[in-house]
Design a protein around this ligand. Structure first.
Ligand code: XMP
Length: 319
């Protein structure tokens, strides 16, 4: 009978058979899929694997430290923390078109990853946390009429350019199975249950021009919002929740003074696979309390709105 423990052993054997004594490189994003893939491959081939965490300066509050810290402390796997935030934020300066943002980030990601791969002397294999739904989606959509809503950020295009074979140990699994495998491999529950986070990060939650000031405000507001959701025991009921900072300042009054600060939007949705989604029906009390906390605790924001758009017609992210 089938168990995750048995699957783990089989998967490890397959990785060893495929890789032999070759070198493998993996882009670690901190998401569940790439993390589980990295830990599994590390278990199979140890230090033949090197992971690169590309820090584009668009992560949430404390996130890079958490991700890198967890991998260094618990797994002792070879990990390069590539802090490229100046490069990414520099190239994004003055850019407000959503697709242009995505293309800049995707292109730089490949460039930076290649640079670090070269620095460690190259590799024979590229590891990816591709899941079964990713595999079928790309097959069933090929050939048919297609409309690109958003260019997704992933490491597609890298293997051809870098002349590497792919190692994709999660190709047969669905998301819930990847989570189960992650638990089997000892990844903490808090990590496995994390909401999805998009490759372009906070860039697509900051419509209009991205500035360091806006990113800092957004990080603080997002941290308060997620704290509220956790305190109310709602985190696991929600597929994804985040704050978007709006490209508009509004007038407010605080104490005996006038304020002129940014407005933000809270987003929270339920979903099964991210393809469709419903907005989460928070209580008015929760929303009111959260708005008060954000305005009191986050300098730079004086107005909070709740996004009640479902998908379709909206998308989950704002860009
Ligand atoms: P949308 O906004 O298209 O998002 O409704 C659906 C899901 O996909 C995530 N998302 C991304 N994930 N790279 C990713 O890895 C991306 O470029 C990207 N864009 C959106 C989004 O967070 C949601 O879970």
């Amino acid at each position: 009978d089938w168990t995750m423990g048995a699957y783990r052993e089989e998967a490890i054997q397959r990785i060893r058979d495929q890789v032999g004594s070759g070198r493998v490189i993996c882009a670690l994003s901190g998401g569940v899929d790439s993390s589980v893939a990295a830990v599994l491959i590390h278990e199979a081939i140890g230090d033949q694997l090197t992971c690169v965490y590309v820090d584009h300066g668009l992560m949430r509050k404390g996130e890079s430290e958490q991700v890198v810290g967890m991998f260094r402390e618990h797994y002792n796997l070879p990990l390069i923390h590539a802090d490229e935030s100046d490069l990414f934020l520099g190239k994004l300066e003055g850019v407000s078109d959503p697709e242009t943002k995505r293309k800049i980030i995707g292109g730089l990601f490949i460039e930076v990853f290649e640079k670090h791969a070269k620095e460690i002397g190259g590799a024979d294999f590229l590891a990816q946390g591709t899941l079964y739904p990713d595999v079928i989606e790309s097959v069933s959509f090929s050939g048919g009429p297609s409309v690109t809503i958003k260019s997704h950020h992933n490491v597609g295009g890298l293997p051809e350019r870098m002349n590497m074979q792919l190692v994709e140990p999660l190709r047969e699994l669905f998301k819930d199975e990847v989570r189960a495998l992650g638990r089997e491999l000892g990844l903490p529950d808090s990590f496995i249950g994390r909401h999805p986070f998009p490759g372009p990060g906070l860039a697509i939650r900051c419509p209009g021009e991205i500035t360091r000031e806006k990113l800092d405000i957004l990080r603080e507001a997002d941290a308060v919002y997620i704290d509220q959701i956790r305190k109310h025991g709602l985190y696991d009921e929600i597929w994804q929740a985040f704050v978007a900072i709006l490209p508009v300042r509004t007038v407010g009054v605080m104490g005996d003074g006038r304020t002129y600060d940014f407005a933000c939007a809270l987003r929270a949705v339920t979903s099964v696979d991210g393809m469709t989604a419903d907005y989460y029906p928070f209580s008015h009390d929760f929303l009111g309390e959260t708005a008060t906390r954000i305005i009191n605790e986050v300098p730079g924001i004086n107005r909070v709105t709740y996004d009640i758009t479902s998908k379709p017609p909206g998308t989950i992210e704002w860009e």
